[in-house]
Design a protein around this ligand. Structure first.
Ligand SMILES: *[C@@H]1O[C@H](CO)[C@@H](O)[C@H](O)[C@H]1NC(C)=O
Ligand SMILES: *[C@@H]1O[C@H](CO)[C@@H](O)[C@H](O)[C@H]1NC(C)=O
Ligand SMILES: *[C@@H]1O[C@H](CO)[C@@H](O)[C@H](O)[C@H]1NC(C)=O
Ligand SMILES: *[C@@H]1O[C@H](CO)[C@@H](O)[C@H](O)[C@H]1NC(C)=O
Ligand SMILES: *[C@@H]1O[C@H](CO)[C@@H](O)[C@H](O)[C@H]1NC(C)=O
Ligand SMILES: *[C@@H]1O[C@H](CO)[C@@H](O)[C@H](O)[C@H]1NC(C)=O
Ligand SMILES: *[C@@H]1O[C@H](CO)[C@@H](O)[C@H](O)[C@H]1NC(C)=O
Ligand SMILES: *[C@@H]1O[C@H](CO)[C@@H](O)[C@H](O)[C@H]1NC(C)=O
Length: 809
């Protein structure tokens, strides 16, 4: 402040800049209870009228509090949070106001706002859903009926066929859901058509920070994002209509369907082209749970693991814990920071964090050279016309050197080309480092090739650079093209080209005798090992705070397809010129795998409406596959090779929807168990828990974090031995006898008591698990506990243990 006052003497304008540079948004939590506290878990004890009255009282209370504390023009209240949290988001202009607020009584905690990042046709068949699940739920169109999935994302395009509401379906007959649709730009009142049952947007913090661009980010729930992770894509994966044709550039790539075509969609737009702010996301989640969604799909995460005694205590995590208490399952993208270890951005045990895999579908393209040789590559591109071979020319050989454009070989500059020379030819472009740094893009290249009148392109890798993973190969292209990802193929092409091009004395190309034709790259082939953990998918072990201390929590929880996923796209989205205007796009990311799990969860919820979020997650985890389609252990794409996948890559494994519908036993957990967990986190004390959730820890002896009743066992620091407990509940109504089979992690002796047990229909039973360190390995090792039922239920529980010492401390 001192420096600002000094500047004031010189110039008022600078003073203003100085003040606004301190303008910040804060999320302030009050001592009093939110609306949810009126209601017990899952049961809405009080009438909705009481809730509405209390909600109003909270909001008015915030206004009165602020008016009595602060001067009128020094702040703007952006939101009142009322349902899950009692608090508000406030935009403050100066540090003085911040200090006043910090000193005020009645406030439990103040958190500065932080930026958040945005983290098909084939997948339902691949997951075995049509035969295994849809059939038993009354057909595809009905599967997921009565379930509402809330998407916290970038908005939705209501005109898309994946979200039309067929007449047979009618309106949602759920007494729980009562969301609203805000009408606005490109979002008419008809947009909420019974398939889309709610749509709202939250942009007040984005606006306050000046990041909301009104020409690009619509002031409505309409989706205008172009960075490839938007709700229209994610919503169609989870709950898109059944059998919608995927037509891109006039080509039919197949038919798209969501996992739960009968589920309804509610959209809470809180992310924009630039990303988003936590205070907007918190407002979106508050509204979603108040509206009564059953499942929340979060394709968003923090930019980094939050600081403080524990990341688990940050505002959004706490809010999601309260959402879980209200019976809402939260699934979240694990992050796209793989294959680096501990790159996970979704870390709390009450959240289901999703890794991404590649499936068995590949797109492969072939170029046939004039010498009879065939080279294979990729490129979702149409073929060159007929069987005619077209002349090939390297970009540099058909460019105007005097135009002074550098790096013509990357084909990013249409003005570099000599039009009459490129006409009708296949142009060889070179993949340079510019592509790696996003200064060049395959989309721009293809657009240029089309505009200059060339017949197509061949993108080769520069052998001097060496092998590299070409970015953007899953883009659909309008012009014939092939990407030679492989150095050998790139060299073979170049050799053929140079040996068939006649040059003048100065080296200039005179006659282009090299010829080729490109085949159709849009035909999918189903082959190869799958699923495989995608290299970009964020990895465990879970971290507890910014100091990167690991936690006794298995993350990610599960894996689903997330690489090259066809799903609905908003034709008016900004971003890549090639994807722009298309109704479907092929995208990759854990944001793509997350809605698969949201959709499968909706199917489980349809069949078992009373199950808690933890029970649904347990059902998906204990039944997940750890072997690929050939029965060999699932592999993971690492930096350079395929390696054996561990639970830190795929959690409990790859989702198996058919088995998840009937898991046999479940590991259940409720709000009070999560509170006990929080109280056991190293570095967390009674005071920090009280600040985060409004009340302190139970008086009883401190348990271990590893005692939380999850369908996994993770011990990040085993010294000597540790006794854990788990409680299993029979999800069926028949008695069943189970045998316990253990595969021990290296360096750990595992004893489970009892070794065999009978469990009654709907009954529960405790298991004691004794871990005894036999060798300090100073690295995680993995094992599993399998509960094998006599009635064919198999429950798999992954075990991850880090033995720091074989002697107890
Ligand atoms: C806040 O309280 C502290 C001590 O409790 C005091 O030193 C400080 O001046 C107060 N600040 C404001 C802005 O009231
Ligand atoms: C939904 O909108 C209607 C009419 O605009 C309004 O009366 C109602 O309070 C809104 N409901 C919620 C939950 O905001
Ligand atoms: C807003 O978006 C438009 C369209 O993409 C762009 O031209 C403009 O530069 C953007 N404005 C700002 C302030 O970023
Ligand atoms: C691509 O297809 C060609 C011919 O159709 C085949 O020879 C080649 O092995 C395939 N490549 C991959 C990576 O599947
Ligand atoms: C090459 O570029 C120069 C400078 O822009 C221009 O004057 C000339 O006409 C161009 N030549 C051809 C063949 O396009
Ligand atoms: C763990 O259980 C074993 C066997 O029941 C018992 O002997 C041991 O004392 C227990 N250890 C701890 C640390 O509670
Ligand atoms: C188990 O619960 C279900 C549903 O609540 C009920 O229909 C069934 O009779 C119960 N079975 C037993 C053995 O208690
Ligand atoms: C299940 O077990 C209970 C107690 O062990 C027994 O009373 C009951 O008859 C059994 N039910 C069936 C269907 O076998």
């Amino acid at each position: 402040m001192a420096s600002c006052i000094f500047i004031l003497l010189i110039s008022l304008i600078i003073m203003r800049d100085c003040l606004s540079s301190e303008a910040k948004v804060f999320m302030v939590l009050m001592d009093e209870e939110p609306v949810l506290s009126l209601k017990t878990e899952q049961v809405y004890a009080r009438s909705d009228r009481d809730a509405m009255v209390y909600k109003k009282k909270i909001g008015v209370g915030h206004d009165i509090f602020l008016e009595s504390l602060l001067q009128k023009d020094t702040y703007t209240k952006l939101y009142s949070y009322t349902h899950l949290l009692n608090g508000f988001a406030i935009h403050i202009e100066s540090e003085e106001v911040q200090n006043t607020l910090r000193n005020a009584t009645g406030i439990r905690a103040i958190h500065e706002d932080v930026k958040m990042q945005k983290l098909t046709t084939h997948t339902p068949q691949y997951l075995g859903i049509p035969a295994g699940v849809w059939k038993n739920l009354g057909g595809a169109e009905n599967s997921g009926e009565g379930v509402v999935i809330g998407f916290i994302d970038t908005g939705i395009n209501p005109e898309h066929p994946s979200f039309s509401n067929p007449s047979f379906r009618g309106t949602l007959k759920s007494s729980r859901f009562k969301g609203n649709c805000s009408i606005g730009e490109r979002f008419p009142s008809t947009a909420c058509n019974g398939k889309i049952v709610g749509a709202q947007y939250f942009a007040r913090a984005a606006n306050a920070y000046g990041d909301f661009n009104s020409t690009r980010d619509y002031e409505s729930p309409f989706d205008a994002d172009g960075h490839g992770r938007q709700v229209i894509h994610t919503a169609s994966t989870a709950a898109g209509n059944h059998h919608v044709p995927v037509i891109v550039n006039g080509f039919n790539y197949g038919y798209a369907s969501g996992m739960a075509p009968g589920a309804r969609i509610a959209v809470y737009k809180a992310l924009y082209t630039f990303g988003g702010y936590m205070s907007d996301v918190v407002a979106a989640v508050d509204q979603a749970v108040e509206d009564g969604v059953d499942i929340i799909s979060l394709s968003v995460g923090p930019s980094a693991v939050p600081s403080g005694p524990s990341a688990f205590l940050n505002v959004l995590e706490m809010e999601l814990l309260f959402a879980t208490r209200a019976g809402v399952l939260v699934v979240q993208a694990a992050g796209n920071g793989g294959p680096t270890t501990s790159s996970i951005l979704s870390f709390s045990p009450w959240i289901t964090s999703i890794a991404a895999s590649a499936t068995d579908r590949k797109y492969n393209n072939t170029i046939k050279l004039g010498n009879g040789e065939s080279l294979s590559g990729t490129g979702l591109a149409p073929p060159t016309a007929g069987r005619v071979q077209l002349p090939i020319a390297a970009a540099a050989d058909v460019s105007n050197i005097t135009a002074g454009i550098l790096a013509v070989e990357s084909c990013q500059h249409p003005d570099a080309f000599i039009r009459y020379l490129v006409s009708g030819k296949l142009i060889i472009c070179t993949y340079t480092f510019d592509f790696e740094y996003d200064d060049a893009a395959i989309a721009t290249l293809a657009e240029n090739i089309k505009n200059i009148g060339a017949a197509g392109f061949i993108l080769r890798i520069d052998p001097d650079i060496g092998p590299m993973l070409v970015k953007g190969t899953t883009m659909t292209l309008q012009v014939p093209g092939i990407i030679l990802n492989d150095v050998e193929a790139s060299m073979a092409l170049w050799e053929y080209y140079t040996s068939h091009t006649i040059r003048g004395r100065l080296g200039q190309a005179l006659v282009f005798n090299a010829k080729a034709r490109i085949l159709d790259g849009r035909q999918a082939i189903y082959t190869g090992q799958a699923p495989v953990v995608a290299s970009f998918s964020s990895r465990g072990p879970d971290v507890n705070n910014a100091h990167r201390q690991t936690a006794d929590v298995l993350k990610p929880n599960l894996m689903a397809p997330g690489s090259s996923i066809w799903a609905a796209w908003s034709p008016s989205s900004e971003g890549d010129p090639i994807i722009k205007g298309q109704s479907f796009a092929l995208l990759s990311g854990t944001s793509m795998s997350t809605p698969h799990i949201a959709g499968v969860a909706a199917l489980i919820k349809h069949k078992h409406p009373k199950w808690s979020p933890a029970a649904i997650t347990s059902a998906m985890m204990t039944t997940a596959d750890v072997n690929d389609q050939f029965g060999s252990p699932i592999l993971a794409q690492s930096t350079n090779a395929l390696v054996h996948a561990t639970p830190f890559d795929f959690g409990a494994g790859f989702i198996n929807p058919t088995r998840a519908m009937d898991p046999g036993l479940i590991f259940n957990a409720h709000f009070r168990h999560y509170v006990k967990f929080l109280c056991a986190v190293p570095g967390v004390d009674d005071k920090s828990v009280r600040q985060a959730i409004g009340f302190g820890c139970p008086k009883k002896k401190k348990p271990w974090c590893s005692d939380l009743n999850t369908a996994s066992i993770t011990v990040s620091n085993l010294a000597g031995s540790r006794n854990l407990t788990r409680e299993v509940t029979n999800a069926g109504s028949a008695n069943e006898t189970y045998n316990v089979i253990v595969r021990e992690p290296l360096g750990v002796e595992v004893t489970v008591k009892p070794k065999a047990f009978k469990i009654r229909g709907n009954g529960s039973r405790r298991l004691r698990i004794i871990l005894k360190a036999t060798e300090a390995r100073k690295a995680y090792s993995f094992g599993e506990m399998v509960l094998q039922g006599k009635k064919k239920h198999t429950i798999r529980v992954p075990i991850a243990v880090y033995v720091s010492s074989s002697i107890g401390s």
